[in-house]
Design a protein around this ligand. Structure first.
Ligand code: PHE
Length: 451
């Protein structure tokens, strides 16, 4: 890839490569680390149900919209909206995306660092023989309070992102995803079986699958919606950017469905790993960001080949986090390359350094800066909250309005049907992007602010 003008962008080499890369972006810490802990904090079953509705009613149509905009314009978000609607404020959606990518990666890298640290700790045998879940909790608590260790692994994660993104789209991103995604599914299945066969596991299954609607309120619904965006990598132009590296032969609609289903399966599977174990071990489902890092080592401690399983699991988790991290970085980097004329190397190095520095206070939010609160939340929680619960839903809603009303479903349909692909779902899809998605997201915001 010599230049990255629209005509010479790196294209995914195979269809499966694209689906895996997009799934690589979608599947990550959002599914494996975040989904279980926020489902636990927000009441279990009812949250899961609302989440699924958000995924299929709001997320799926928006993902298709993003792919279409990306492939049609062959540009990253800012350029894409400029091309489709020159000299209008719609370009703002692109900037929301670049900002969101920057902010999300700043705390995402921190958690990515935790996973790297846990690979090392698994290899050295320190996270798979806890006598009790409490020990696992204390161990993790000590670890995340440890300034230099946290900063070191956070930096390491960012360096790995740099190394992949510097190589460009198919050189780095696509290849990394090919083998890893399928392996991840296998290991999750093994863990699920272990978890479900612990004594007392059924209570966790009940918590997870039985919806208790008294636990729902506007805030819970907003969080479910935000999580749907976060998990599917939507609302910030990430899928526009990935779509822009796509050739005309691909069937965008079916690719969307694969990615959405795969992402959702991984999250649901992860819930089945975590909640049975949480209840079997008398832990609290409301534990928060540390949940997975406490529950899993406790599970590893109770299974044959625990060390090995733990090494494999954290390695896969780190890789899943990396394939998402690089997609976040790619949005920021593509902006500087496409719009500002920077070289890829310059863009990657500068963006990554600044993002890392901004992420340091998030990394210290569980230790040195634990008492530093803004709006009653740590730095880490604030950045997470602003991006997941505001920037992404707003970006997604605006994208839907743009595609539904400004650019128009007709133009989108034409793009989807390039090269003889048939898209029979234009009717329902345009109904969703024109009416349902904007109204649903708008309604959730109103309900939250005027409750
Ligand atoms: N979807 C990723 C995950 O679930 C996170 C992400 C969000 C990636 C937004 C890109 C854009 O881990």
């Amino acid at each position: 890839m010599k230049t990255e003008s629209p005509k010479h962008r790196g294209l995914w080499t195979t269809r499966l490569g694209f689906i895996l890369a997009a799934s690589g972006s979608a599947v990550g810490l959002g599914n494996i680390w975040k989904f279980p802990y926020i489902a636990g904090q927000n009441g279990g079953g009812a949250f899961v149900l609302v989440y699924l509705v958000c995924i299929f009613v709001v997320g799926l149509p928006i993902m298709l919209s993003e792919f279409v905009v990306g492939r049609n314009t062959q540009q990253s978000p800012v350029g894409a909206f400029q091309t489709l609607s020159p000299k209008t404020p719609w370009v703002g959606i692109g900037f929301i995306g670049v900002l969101a990518g920057f902010l999300i990666l700043s705390f995402y890298g921190v958690v990515g660092g935790w996973t790297l640290a846990y690979i090392v700790k698994s290899i050295s045998g320190s996270v798979d023989h806890f006598g009790s879940p409490k020990e696992a909790g204390d161990f993790f608590g000590q670890f995340i309070g440890h300034t230099w260790e946290i900063v070191f692994f956070h930096a390491l994660f960012m360096v790995l992102c740099v190394l992949i993104v510097i190589k460009g789209v198919h050189g780095g991103i696509e290849r990394a995803c090919d083998v890893l995604m399928p392996t991840l599914v296998v290991i999750l299945l093994v863990l699920m079986i272990r978890s479900l066969t612990l004594d007392g596991a059924m209570e966790g299954v009940r918590f997870y699958l039985y919806p208790d609607f008294s636990k729902l309120n506007p805030q819970v619904i907003l969080i479910a919606l935000g999580q749907a965006f976060f998990s599917l990598s939507l609302g910030m132009g990430c899928m526009i950017t990935y779509g822009s590296y796509l050739s005309e032969k691909e069937n965008l609609a079916s690719s969307t469905i694969y990615v959405v289903i795969f992402d959702t399966l991984i999250a649901l599977l992860m819930g089945m790993v975590i909640f049975p174990a949480v209840f079997a071990m008398n832990l609290e489902p409301t534990e928060g960001p540390s949940l997975v890092f406490i529950v899993l080592p406790a599970v590893f401690s109770q299974m044959p080949f625990g060390t090995l399983v733990s090494i494999i699991f954290f390695t896969l988790l780190a890789i899943a986090a990396l394939t998402s991290g690089i997609s976040l970085l790619e949005v920021v980097v593509a902006y500087f390359i496409d719009q500002r004329g920077w070289t890829r190397k310059q863009a990657v190095l500068i963006a990554c350094t600044v993002i890392f520095l901004f992420g340091v206070p998030s990394g210290l939010s569980f230790g040195a800066l634990g008492d530093f609160k803004i709006f009653g939340m740590t730095f880490f929680d604030n950045v997470d909250n602003i991006t997941s619960n505001y920037l992404l839903p707003i970006g997604g809603m605006l994208t839907a309005i743009f595609v539904g009303w400004i650019w128009g479903p007709k133009a989108a349909k034409q793009e989807i049907e390039q090269n003889g692909v048939r898209f029979g779902w234009v009717g329902p899809w345009s109904f969703l992007v024109k009416y349902v998605t904007p109204v649903a997201v708008g309604f959730v915001f109103l309900a939250k602010f005027f409750k």
